[in-house]
Design a protein around this ligand. Structure first.
Ligand code: IPE
Ligand code: IPE
Ligand code: MG
Length: 235
């Protein structure tokens, strides 16, 4: 595909969904589905940034996902540790700066430590940003921003959207394209503020099978959209 002609979303957000169903279809445990999903995160992360995406937000664990069985939650925590510690060379080799969005509580201490160390290690990298949304909830993010604004004694009467954005977990550009794999048609509390004017794309493919070709297809679909932001069509 000739990418020079295509608009690439500056901020791409992906809800990496369908790991459990992917495994079930193959007679495997849900945990194996997460293993495959995590392997694919690295492949797609590298590819998206190579294609010119500047910020890639990946929804890898919601605040609500703590409702799952203890065995599944602890397996996911182990996968985070593997990725943030054992795979840290992946981020360095690809010059990726890592950010996180989400609450600390009730994440295990070792995950918080590995997370913070990875942020510190990669802070000067310039090859694009991966923002892991882990123990993330969009409503929690907005509530947490309000609390920080209050603590800073900001004059609420003069509060504008630009200032509010600075109090979110990270001050990132708005999402341009939001992809949710596995055919589910909902946001599930993902980047509520940042997705205001995002284009949405819902491929049927489950995340472990979401390929570079599927990524390219998403970019093509995005290029056919007419983004109006409430104004007139430019097409
Ligand atoms: C998404 O896959 C990954 C995480 C929540 C970490 P799911 O585990 O939600 O997979 P399905 O939706 O049950 O297939
Ligand atoms: C959203 O997926 C969270 C992540 C993919 C990390 P879920 O699978 O948890 O969402 P619901 O429960 O189907 O809405
Ligand atoms: Mg799911």
């Amino acid at each position: 595909m000739d990418y020079s002609e295509l608009k690439i979303p500056k901020h791409l957000a992906i809800i990496v969904d369908g790991n459990g169903r992917w495994a079930k279809e193959r007679g495997l445990s849900r945990l194996k589905g997460h293993d495959a999903g995590f392997d694919n995160l690295k492949k797609i992360g590298e590819y998206a940034l190579k294609r010119g995406v500047e910020v890639l937000s990946l929804y890898v664990f919601s605040t609500e996902n703590f409702k799952r069985e203890e065995k599944e939650v602890s397996h996911l925590m182990d996968l985070f540790l593997l990725m943030f510690k054992k795979d840290k060379n992946y981020f360095m080799r690809n010059n990726i700066k890592v950010l996180f969005s989400g609450r600390n509580e009730p994440l295990p201490k070792n995950v918080i430590k590995a997370r913070d160390e990875l942020v510190e290690l990669t802070k000067n990298n310039t090859g694009g940003i991966i923002n892991f949304c882990m123990n993330y909830g969009g409503r929690a993010e907005i509530i947490d921003a309000v609390k920080k604004i209050n603590a800073d004694n900001i004059d609420i009467n003069n509060l504008d959207e630009k200032t509010f954005s600075k109090y979110l977990y990270n001050d990132l550009p708005d999402v341009d394209l939001m992809i949710r794999t596995s055919g589910e048609l909902r946001l599930s509390n993902f980047l509520l503020w940042q997705n205001s004017y995002a284009e949405f794309y819902f491929p049927e493919v489950k995340f472990p099978d979401f390929s570079e070709k599927d990524f390219d297809e998403a970019i093509l679909v995005y290029n056919k959209r007419d983004r109006r932001f409430g104004g007139h069509s430019k097409k």
